[in-house]
Design a protein around this ligand. Structure first.
Ligand code: ZN
Ligand code: ZN
Length: 141
């Protein structure tokens, strides 16, 4: 692993562990789409990207589910923790559930995505940009 600082994350039971180098600046992108909320248990998927991709250091229980043509979701088959989202076949540049990192990870929200799918029963108070599904897909500016 190159880089000056590495963060280690893991699932709830510890059967899946991984590490990576944190990026400069805010990089958490909460995804409010219905698939992410159903997968994670209610709230948005707090998607985070390492600067140089994910290195799985313990992965015997890491299991992938193809949730759409565009994406696969990685979870722990033992404890059920929702951990990763990736494009099919993408070897390392995965979105990571920031809640799998230690509490003092120091990362900030950069923007909210798929906000038109967000239900009315929760809300975030930050002032970061909000992007709709059409904006995320490049169909609208
Ligand atoms: Zn686990
Ligand atoms: Zn989503």
């Amino acid at each position: 692993m190159t880089g000056t600082r590495t963060i280690t994350g893991q699932c709830l039971c510890g059967a899946v562990a991984f590490e990576g180098t944190p990026p400069e600046g805010p990089s958490i992108r909460p995804c409010h789409c219905g698939q992410c909320r159903r997968w994670g248990g209610g709230g948005p998927f707090m998607a985070f990207h390492f600067a140089d991709g994910v290195t799985v250091t313990r992965g015997e229980a890491l299991t992938w589910f193809a949730s759409s043509k565009e994406g696969e979701r990685g979870f722990c088959a033992r404890c059920g923790s929702s951990l990763f989202w990736r494009r099919p076949g993408e070897p390392r540049d995965w979105a990571v559930n920031v809640s799998a990192l230690p509490e003092d990870h120091g990362q900030q929200i950069s923007e909210h995505i798929w906000v038109d799918d967000q239900p009315a029963w929760y809300g975030f108070t930050d002032e970061r940009p909000r992007r709709t599904a059409a904006q995320c897909l490049g169909e609208e500016p």
